[in-house]
Design a protein around this ligand. Sequence first.
Ligand SMILES: Cc1ncc(COP(=O)(O)O)c(C=O)c1O
Length: 393
Amino acid sequence: MKLAERMSRIGVESAFDVLVRARALEAQGRSVIHLEIGEPDFPTPPHVIAAAKQALDEGWTHYGPTQGLPELREAIAAHISRSRGVQVGPQHVSVVPGGKPIIFFPMIALLEPGDEVIYPNPGFPIYESMIRFLGAKPVPIPLEESRGFSFDLNLFRDRLNDRTKMVVLNSPQNPTGGVIPAQDLAAIAEMLRDRDVIVLSDEIYSEIYYGEPPVSIASFPGMLEKTIILDGFSKTYAMTGWRMGYGVMPEWLVDAVNKLMVNSNSCTASFTQRAGIAALQGPRDGVHAMVAEFRRRRDAIVVGLNQVPGFRCAMPGGAFYAFANVTGTGMSSKELADLLLYEAGVAGLNGGCFGEYGDGYIRFSYANSLPNLMEAVERIKKMSVRWEAALVR
Ligand SMILES: Cc1ncc(COP(=O)(O)O)c(C=O)c1O
């Protein structure tokens, strides 16, 4: 049986492939330090787990409303209104199984063949995968290391045209850890305000930052009605396996997402949504402790990576990724990522997995303990004799 033609255009996420290869090495008895994974290595806060257990005991084990439990949507609307400085209500919220469906559903609902979508490159691979899958035209915009991995606003202006239907922004960003400065967002909002475009603002790392808090494009005048805010529980509360995320968007789009949800999932699991309320309304000390620990690790790994001959690593402002420029080694980032995995036992991700402008970089997730991060840096330093002769100075 032949698969539908559109399946030839859908992509995947390489992090999962590298994890499989790393696990295969471990099965042969090799030691691998996992810096390829995009999930916090912390437990879900205990009060959230307790709320889920209580919900199971109370019988929250049945279908719920497609759009999400009203109490959770209230809590999300209050959280987003407060944290983003906008006024939204539960009618603007769609609760879905993870952050990813807020890429999948709105893109299905909005994109037609020939529509153009501007998106960051390197970036989360699912954006480009879905744009291609739907027959729309991917318009990548390179992120610039020299601008803290923001993009060139003049280039952005040049890429905008009457076929631009959607602009994807992601701040704090995967894979670079970059945070888009407020003045850049103001300029982007200015360029988009009078256009018939929608912004998909991926804010899944909204609470994981180390300097200036990230700003949402939705907070600029005229932008709330043309923005989809993607956020969720996976990263902030270390809940990747619970599969719970949400989108905040204009009501006409909520209706479309509801239709796609009822055709696919019916609803998000009820007891996990009860736990989501506890996450949003309960103590935040677990989140603060996690971010403080990420900051310690970030500071240490960036110093360590900058000591590796041929590496250069900018200080990321958010998320939990260090995106090291490895062009100085004279090796391709793909070759180098393989060498590090197979010979040094350090699993990172070739930046090219995040799009062509990611070539020349390796993403190291610091969702691993400080001693493991330091051990990884030592292993990489030892391996550097292999490229020392080729060092590009
Ligand atoms: C930028 C970005 N957006 C969305 C997601 C998806 O999150 P979830 O696991 O909640 O679907 C991720 C996860 O890695 C991500 O890095």
